[in-house]
Structures are given as C-alpha cells and as structure tokens.
Design a binder for this molecule. Sequence first.
Ligand code: TRP
Length: 372
Amino acid sequence: MSGQTLTIPPPAATPARRPAAPRMLTGDRPTGRLHLGHYVGSLANRVRLHKQYESFFIVADLHMLTTKNSAEDIAAVRRNATDMVLDSLAAGLDPAHSVFFLQSAVPEVAEISLLLSSLVTVPRLERIPSLKEMARDAGKREMPFALLGYPVLQAADILSVKAAAVPVGRDNAAHVEVAREIARRFNRRYGPVFPVPALVHGDVPSLPGTDGQAKMSKSLGNAIYLADPPDEVRRKVLRMYTDPARTGPGVPGTVDGNPVFAYHAAFNDRPAEVADLAERYLSGQVGDVEVKEKLAAAINRFLAPIQERRAYFQAQDGLIDQLIVTGTMRTRREVQRTLTDMRNTMGLTAIFTEFQNHARHAPRAEGAPPTD
Ligand code: TRP
C-alpha cells in the first residue's frame, strides 16, 4: 500500500480486542431433533466443556441450504431450530453460559466466507469425503457449488467469532482441518487475526444406527431421539439390528461390532451388567430379548433427566425465542468486529477510504468527458 494519506491508522499487529475467555463454537444444521448419535459425537463434549469457554452454538441454516433448499425445508427451520436448542438445554447446556444464534441472521458470515474462499483450492475441497457423501445422501448427481464450499462457510462460522475450540463429531473433523489451514494462511498472508481452532473429538468414535448402518442419522430413519418417550425407545431397541448369524439364544454371538453392545457400552451405567451380558452372549447363554430389554431400560435411565430438563425449559413460554434473538444479536456484533478486523488487516478498508479522502480533497471535478 502506498499513499500519502495517513488519516488511516495502519493495521494493528495484534487483534485490537482480545476475547476475555477463549471461545468455543459448534452447532448443527436445523434439520430435526437431536438424537443419541449427536449426544455421543458432540453434545456430551459441548456439555462438558461449555463453561470453560465463551460458548457459541450455531443453528447453521445456511449450511442446510447446501443440500436442502426447498421452500418447505426453509419453512421448517424455525420449528427445527427451536427443537435443537431445546434438546441442547435438555442435554445439559446452561443457557446462562451458551450463546445460540441463527446463521442466516448474521449476514456478515457470508462476506467472511467469501474473503476466506480465496485461501483454499477446489482440489483441496474435492478431496474431502464427507462432501461427496452428503451429495450422494441428498440424491445429487452433481456436486452443488455451495456444497463444495461447505467447509469454507464452516471455517467462516468458526473464525467469525475467533473460536479456539470446536467440538464436533467425526464427520466434521475434515472441515475443522480446512478451517485450521485457512486460519494459518490468513494470518501468514495478511497478519495475525485468528487463533488456529483446535478440534475436540467425541468420546465414542461414532454411534451406529439401530439398523446396524455405520451412522445414526435422521435421514436414514435409524435414530433414537433425546425426546423419544420410554415406550418409543423400547420399541426401537427391541427391533434393533443385532448379530445376524445368531439364530437362537443358545448360539454363541458376536459382541464386537454389534450395535446393541455398542449402545450398552455408550449408555449403560451398570458396567457389571454389561460385562455379564457380553459374556453370556459370547457363550450362547442369553436371549437377544433380555439384552435388548436391559438396553432399553439403560437408555431410558440415561434419558430420564434429559427429558425432565426438556419439559422444564419447554414450559417457559418464549424462552427459546429470547435465547435465539439475544444470542444472534450478540454474535452479530462479534462477527461485525471480526469482519472489520479482517478488512483492515487485508488492506481492503484502506482502498475505499483512500478514494474517499482523495475525492474529498480534490478540487471539484467537472466529470463530463471532453467533446470534439
Ligand atoms: N457442519 C455442521 C453439521 O454437520 C454444522 C456446522 C456449521 C458447524 N458450522 C459449524 C459445526 C461450525 C461446528 C462449527 O451440521
């Protein structure tokens, strides 16, 4: 940058305003209620960590648009976002320590995403397997442009509040890696604006579906929801996929890779009971029904306090709406600060400011082209 215009302060070498506590950001697309897979993959970590950070939770409706953008999908966002926030509070997030915000109401995120998109290549994004899977699962024969940019938009979310930690499930790990690369590249190229966000993994690798597929997901119809009542949980568990080679209670079965035992390991608070069931299962001395009845009981014990909290928060009329509105306004202020910081550091602010300064100081120009 050249220029005799010194009315613009040079970009600061360090962020002008350091966040008081390190920040955490994570969230979900508003496509439905939260289930046990969300709990294991990410919610448990959120609950465990959220008070150690200034914690932001995104309702990522712009991300939803990359695969679901019908008028009906969009009309369902309010309901789904409400359920998601309610489920999060039910799982144990303290509303006094959690900032919930609606992504589409923070338009500066889109500008941040655009600025970051120059810092990553198409082949880098094409190598991310989760994007191809999402395209396939959504029935797309060709990759939507926005879906290829999904991790860039996610990087924009994360960096827009200068988050230091991002607790996500396994399927989002590659996206956080892109955010880390982009943060480093930005800092190196323009100046130190962003902390490099750390990925925080869930405890259990990933929870299989009730049908034995690798992943629990709403779209696959193989999920147990945090809000499922006890009889619904029992019904789903009794119909769960289990060792298919086991034709009767006297036949030795496999515990490894058996989703029923994966759930026991994740949710049963009675390890002695689980060990006993596993032993008898391996030696062919227990029926599937007993294993499943005990699992249903364990999941219902696990869900009882969650559902009690859900009812408590749900009974407070307008609470979720207020949390989302105040959280979104609060986040928007932070994001606006970050965007200004980025534009200043990149030298973008100065371009127009210099035009303005010169325009102001120049003698009043005629503006009309010469005519012959
Ligand atoms: N990609 C996340 C999902 O699978 C949602 C999301 C959007 C997100 N932005 C984020 C998660 C930022 C963590 C951080 O639904």
